[in-house]
Design a protein around this ligand. Structure first.
Ligand code: NAG
Ligand code: NAG
Ligand code: NAG
Ligand code: NAG
Ligand code: NAG
Ligand code: NAG
Ligand code: NAG
Ligand code: NAG
Length: 647
């Protein structure tokens, strides 16, 4: 008898497998209707960026984050993010990456909005200009009803739902703010999940869920409801949507089980039948699984295995000494990088991707195929990949001499960065980008920054990670937007409207020029609430551009050439994308084969025009404000009065 019930439980588990779904669908974005006072907007924005960065790091390591940046009133940013507790870590990363792509919808720039709540099916993010960590309810709380009416016995549905949500709201406060379960009775099953955010204590958790329950009745007769509160989340549906394997110990929210009664009353022959049925079922599901896997790795599997680009996982694992820490050479947004030596003696860099790509294998391989065809002296070569192993790996040529970030940090070996070396790096990077934009497949890098410019023994620059954004499908998920793009380098139209063209790379390149010449990272300026762009622009205004040149050079540089490069940097970082030159033109300018025009527009918009652009909505075209003040003196004066909003 116990065998029969064991088999029954087993069958149940097979029938309700966990879902392989990162739940990265947007539910609601609710922007605050207050704005930061104009004078403090600049500082608020800086703190906002810092907070978002800190949030990302913490979520990757502990799945939730509570961050406060800044100390002064009206400038401090409070931020919070958390994943649903049943999500696996990769799913959490995917959901949060998606969530971050929405942040620009309530961004402090240019509208000055100083708060927003971002609800996803699997995660939550909120930031605000005040301490909301004791708030479990807010006037912006919302209920989202499903689209389909429940069809079936309505009174049973109602009774089951009431029992489920009541039990969830009792369980969750006792169970670290999280509970999942289902009620199955009279042929109607309802699945539910309740979670209170990490900062909510158990009594507030109870209140919050109770309030959610009073609202969900408004959704009848829909079969699915999601209640979104400042302090908690509650969802029920007629289908299973949570990952039950994470629920420990599994909660048996089960009502009377008719099947169990039948089985209990049955004879040994039924047990025998069940055994036979199970064997058949197992064989059948195994066959199904295999054929599904074959389909998943793609129609391409044969092509992949035969391709020279495919490197067996085992070989890469050995090459990097099983991804040992001593071989780790870097950690990026999209994954860790390890140094490895292939059996034939070639040294390579192996990138372990954070994101699970098994669903996208076809697409992934096609893109690797395409990117690996791109060869240029200033681009890091992609040698191959591994997609048939347990995780996806990318194999690159190994560039021995670190990134520019390394060379400009802590002033290591900075005497090596002579003027000639810096010029060579700027020129080479420009050539590499021009090739990417105009001669290859029109690839936009999206994440040009010091850390992505590697240098070899001779200080020849090589751009890393290009095309990475293409590896992730764009249609549904805008993951690429989340992976790529480092605040401080991102063009305004990209941050604000998510509008992406090659000119976004040109902007980042402009920032890069200034960093290389000044020897300072753009971040080091942020502390004084001035960006490197402000500094260079204001020096340009007072005809003292060369003041920014790195003092480590001790004056050993041609002043005219340095000013020329800085001016090109300003041209590249103009607020309007149309005004920025194409990379091929930049190459010509550096080569003295093209006239260098005067930068006409500061790389930031002023506070009052930011006010008046309140009506810009995502999707609408971005009309850059033209620069109205003509005299350079008044320009500098406004800067001193902090009237600028920068990116
Ligand atoms: C469910 O959670 C477990 C534990 O984190 C994880 O190993 C598994 O991959 C998850 N399953 C799905 C489908 O997300
Ligand atoms: C902001 O929204 C709240 C709630 O929706 C409302 O009560 C308040 O009047 C609004 N404030 C402004 C300035 O619009
Ligand atoms: C913060 O902003 C409010 C409203 O704009 C203002 O009344 C207050 O003086 C500001 N506080 C500080 C310290 O600037
Ligand atoms: C829980 O938090 C709320 C709001 O922050 C607070 O009013 C209440 O005293 C707290 N309760 C306990 C038991 O700490
Ligand atoms: C939360 O704390 C702030 C001060 O930290 C206080 O002004 C506010 O009333 C508190 N809100 C609640 C709901 O306890
Ligand atoms: C719904 O189910 C209840 C309990 O099982 C039963 O008493 C009732 O007659 C059913 N109603 C309909 C319309 O089937
Ligand atoms: C249970 O529901 C299914 C479909 O919802 C229906 O086909 C079946 O007849 C129902 N069984 C009973 C015993 O009500
Ligand atoms: C819900 O809670 C009640 C009372 O604690 C209990 O009798 C019932 O079995 C629970 N239901 C489920 C589905 O766990």
């Amino acid at each position: 008898m116990s065998l029969a019930s064991f088999l029954l439980v087993f069958l149940f588990c097979r029938f309700f497998p966990a879902l392989a779904d990162p739940r990265a669908t947007e539910l609601a974005v609710m922007c605050s209707n207050t704005t930061a006072p104009v004078l403090q907007r600049q500082a608020f924005l800086t703190n906002f960026y810092d907070a978002m960065e800190a949030l990302t790091d913490l979520i990757t390591s502990q799945r939730y984050a509570l961050v406060v940046k800044g100390t002064t009133q009206n400038e401090t940013v409070y931020a919070f993010g958390e994943c649903m507790k049943d999500l696996s870590k990769p799913d959490c990363d995917v959901c949060f990456a998606q969530c971050k792509t929405r942040v620009h919808r309530c961004s402090p720039f240019p509208r000055g909005t100083n708060g927003g709540m971002f609800f996803f099916d699997g995660c939550y993010l909120r930031y605000d200009g005040y301490n909301f960590f004791n708030e479990s309810l807010s006037p912006r709380d919302r209920t989202i009803c499903g689209t389909e009416d429940f069809r079936g016995n309505w009174s049973v549905f109602k009774a089951n739902t009431v029992e489920l949500v009541r039990n969830l709201s009792i369980e969750a406060p006792k169970n670290e703010g999280f509970s999942v379960g289902y009620v199955r009775r009279s042929n109607v099953t309802i699945y539910g999940l309740a979670q209170c955010w990490k900062f909510v204590n158990s009594s507030s958790c109870q209140n919050c869920l109770a309030e959610a329950i009073t609202r969900i009745g408004s959704c009848s007769p829909k079969g699915e409801v999601k209640a979104l509160n400042a302090g908690c989340y509650l969802r029920y549906a007629t289908h299973n949507f949570y990952n039950s394997s994470n629920n420990n110990p599994p909660q048996e929210h089960r009502g009377h089980n008719n099947y169990a009664i039948i089985v209990a009353a049955s004879s040994a022959s039924l047990a025998f039948l069940l055994i036979v049925a199970t064997v058949i079922f197992l064989v059948w599901t195994n066959l199904l699984k295999r054929s599904r896997e074959r389909r998943q790795v793609g129609v391409l599997l044969n092509t992949v295995i035969k391709s020279k680009l495919n490197m067996p996982y085992e070989i890469l694992e050995k090459a990097t000494d099983y991804f040992s820490d001593s071989n780790k050479v870097g950690e990026g947004g999209s994954g860790s990088v390890f140094k490895g030596v292939l059996p034939d003696g070639t040294t390579v860099a192996v990138k372990r991707l954070t994101f699970n790509t098994s669903q996208w294998a076809d697409h992934f391989f096609n893109e690797v195929n395409l990117i690996s065809g791109i060869r240029h002296k200033n681009l890091v070569k992609l040698l191959g990949c591994s997609i048939t192993g347990p995780e996806s790996l990318l194999v690159y040529e190994f560039v021995p001499n670190h990134s520019l970030y390394y060379h400009l940090s802590g002033r290591r070996n900075s005497q090596q960065l002579t003027w000639e070396v810096r010029h060579k790096i700027i020129f080479g990077t420009a050539e590499g980008l021009a090739y990417l934009h105009e001669e290859s497949q029109r690839i936009i890098h999206r994440d040009i920054k010091l850390g992505n410019i590697l240098v070899d023994e001779n200080f020849t620059p090589k751009i890393a990670d290009f095309g990475l954004a293409r590896l992730f499908p764009e249609d549904k998920s805008h993951l690429s937007t989340a992976i790529c793009g480092t605040l401080g380098y991102m063009a305004p139209e990209y941050v604000v409207l998510g509008k992406l063209t090659e000119k976004a790379d040109v902007y980042s390149f402009g920032v890069l020029i200034m960093e290389i010449i000044s020897g300072k990272k753009s971040k080091s300026f942020v502390q004084n609430s001035y960006s490197i762009l402000h500094r260079v622009w204001s020096l340009y205004g007072s005809n003292k551009l060369c003041d920014i040149v790195d003092t480590m050079l001790e004056g050993n540089y041609p002043a005219e050439e340095a000013c020329k490069l800085l001016k090109i940097g300003l041209l590249c970082a103009q607020a309007s994308a149309e005004l920025r030159p194409a990379m091929s033109v930049v190459v010509k300018m550096i080569n003295n084969n093209h006239e260098i025009t005067q930068p006409t527009q500061p790389p930031f918009l002023n506070g009052s025009s930011a006010e008046s652009s309140k009506s810009i909505l995502p999707g609408e075209s971005f009309q850059p404000r033209s620069y109205t003040q003509s005299s350079e003196d008044s320009m500098t004066e406004s800067l001193i009065h902090h009237k600028w909003v920068t990116i």
